[in-house]
Ligand binder design. Sequence first.
Ligand SMILES: [Zn+2]
Length: 167
Amino acid sequence: MRVDYRFCPACGSRLLPREVEGRWLPGCPACDFVAWPDPKVAVAVLAHDGHGQLLLIRRGTPPAQGEWALPGGYVDAQETPTEAARRELLEETGLELEVERLEGVHHVPVGDGGGLLVLAYVGRLSGGKGRTTPEALELAMVDPARSPELGFSAHREALAGWRAQGG
Ligand SMILES: [Zn+2]
């Protein structure tokens, strides 16, 4: 979510443009606060069944509503990225994950103005009972070589990276 600060969240003064490291950013004339745009952090899950099949969801919510994607979502405060990966998969599909490794980190230059970093984890489906949810209208186990087009560039990169690493 983009936040357009007009007042200093530390002291309440009206923010004014300030040049910081060559960029003009909203800065507080009374204290050191600068509304610096930071990237958001999300996870994507390459969840496989141990036999080369990959779990995809068809998204029920924007963005990319109705398109195929990897399970995933934003990392919450006070949560580790691997906890976020397990939580998002469970919330969206009812399935449990044993995280194996990080596939890679993918940068998306859109969103809140600070961009998005997507941490893609590879893991094995380890339990639970698969179900559709408002976030995941369909679940599918697919051959990664025959995957439908995914709705997010970071997910396409993660899938290509995982396949290049040998799946
Ligand atoms: Zn201030």
